[in-house]
Design a protein around this ligand. Structure first.
Ligand SMILES: Cc1cc2nc3c(=O)[nH]c(=O)nc-3n(C[C@H](O)[C@H](O)[C@H](O)COP(=O)(O)OP(=O)(O)OC[C@H]3O[C@@H](n4cnc5c(N)ncnc54)[C@H](O)[C@@H]3O)c2cc1C
Length: 433
């Protein structure tokens, strides 16, 4: 069977790989000219298999005034949002319950485990010369007030025996685990997960693209923007892509839409609603020689919702810093104050030796669902159209497992995580279409 995969981010490339492994021919279509042009480009680099609790938690409703109106909030919402975005916000609020958040956590821990297994198998088979900047550094999540640490303790207890081993640690142990932490800000403790990993997501995408290019049965159509469909007779026969001012037709037997935050735009033409909204974030790469205390482990500071990942070696050694969550539509503009604040967190948490000249400011759109559960499966309206999207803040972590679920669905096999995993819930036909 020939399968068209729309999207050349981490979810599209891992989907293409899993489909090739199942024996299908693949044509991958992307509007950009190279892999990882979207959210997979310069994300936080965390392979965070133990920290999958969704943004929609029971604690969020009480925090809304602070999140919306505090000057130093990592969250921002643009006034004048679309009806779809408001609908998403209501669904998000409805998901802010203990019950839903626990259900999501359990489903994502299982998916993360599956992902870890398949990522490791793939990584172990990489040619010696391929560098994806992978390291198992462990992850230390810092809590700077007691209420936050208590909530983290409850989460560790909930996940005990289900996810990777985690340890609740006091401030002294945090500093022993990561001596580079400054003592400028109060610290009450943290959660230490020694098994967590980091890698450069764009390099993983490039390695997957190279691997598939070599096998000769994956065709790639760069600079092709999907703009329509041929649905003659109720069956989807082809996608229509805009390329150099012309509309080109790409025929396939099945279609997988893995277009990240743009997934709803692509599925709309098929009358399929996918509850994904772009949740904007930013990142910078700070050269290691500009950081006073370059960390050895991956660190998250929950007080500023910022992640820090040490990446690379030699002259390429750097600290990837990522944060912010903004509901502002598809706007990829990078305001200088966001970058200054990310750099400010480096100063606060590790210290800066010098103001770095170039920190490679970057913005990306997380494909976020209200519950935090991705949408993976066959659409109800079109039996040969599938979606693999909505991995939100965890797309890099969950991609390899999501691709396995997708491939099982295309093959009509029972999915490894069972039928009750909830990942299909978002694939509804558009109301009234
Ligand atoms: C600041 C930030 C930090 C993050 N940190 C982490 C992290 O540390 N760990 C983690 O696991 N995840 C992280 N994430 C989330 C992760 O980056 C995303 O979930 C993941 O990259 C989504 O991958 P994707 O392939 O679904 O989407 P994308 O990478 O956005 O790819 C979608 C592709 O579809 C293409 N496309 C869109 N529309 C069309 C069209 N009409 N026609 C053709 N092609 C189209 C785009 O060009 C793009 O290449 C972070 C995200 C952000 C923004």
């Amino acid at each position: 069977m020939k399968v068209a995969v729309i999207g050349g981010g981490i979810v599209g490339w891992t989907s293409a790989r899993a489909l090739r492994a199942a024996g299908h021919d693949v044509v991958l279509v992307d509007r950009a000219g190279a892999p990882a042009a979207g959210a997979s480009g310069q994300n936080g680099a965390q392979l965070s298999y133990g920290f999958v609790a969704p943004l929609a938690s029971a604690a969020i409703p009480a925090q809304i005034p602070k999140l919306l109106f505090s000057a130093d909030s990592p969250f921002r919402m643009r006034p004048g949002l679309s009806l779809d975005t408001w609908r998403w916000c209501l669904q998000f609020l409805a998901a802010c319950t203990h019950q839903q958040s626990e259900r999501t956590t359990r489903a994502l821990l299982a998916l993360a485990h599956e992902s870890h297994t398949h990522f490791t198998q793939w990584r172990n088979g990489l040619d010696a010369g391929v560098d994806i900047e992978h390291a198992q550094r462990g992850k230390l999540v810092l809590h700077r007030d007691q209420a936050s640490l208590d909530a983290a303790g409850r989460q560790v207890a909930l996940q005990a025996g289900v996810g990777p081993a985690q340890e609740l640690v006091d401030a002294a142990r945090c500093r022993a685990l990561e001596p580079a932490l400054t003592d400028g800000k109060p610290l009450v403790g943290g959660v230490w997960t020694p098994s967590e990993e980091v890698a450069d997501c764009a390099k993983v995408c490039a390695a997957l693209a190279d691997e598939l290019a070599r096998d000769g049965r994956t065709e790639v159509r760069w600079s092709h923007q999907v703009a329509g469909w041929d649905t003659a007779g109720g069956q989807v026969r082809a996608l229509l892509a805009r390329h150099q001012g012309r509309l080109e037709r790409i025929d396939a037997d099945a279609f997988v839409i893995a277009a990240g935050a743009q997934t709803p735009t692509v599925t709309k033409g098929l009358g399929v609603h996918v509850p994904v909204q772009p949740l904007k974030g930013y990142s910078i790469d700070v050269p290691a020689d500009a950081v006073r205390g370059m960390p050895q482990v991956s660190v998250t500071d929950t007080s500023v919702k910022t992640v820090f990942a040490p990446l690379g070696d030699g002259p390429a050694r750097r600290l990837r810093v990522a944060g912010f969550a903004e509901l502002v539509g598809n706007d990829l503009h990078i305001p200088p104050d966001r970058i200054a604040r990310l750099l400010g967190t480096v100063e606060d948490v590790f210290g800066l030796r010098a103001q770095p000249k170039d920190v490679r400011p970057w913005a990306g759109l997380r494909p976020a669902t209200p519950t935090g559960l991705p949408c993976i499966g066959r659409t109800r309206r079109h039996p040969n159209v599938y979606v693999n999207s909505g991995q939100g803040a965890l797309g890099f972590t969950l991609a390899f497992g999501s691709a396995e679920l997708l491939a099982a669905e295309v093959a009509g096999r029972p999915r490894a995580l069972g039928r009750e995993d909830g990942f299909r819930a978002g694939l509804a036909p558009l109301a009234g279409v």
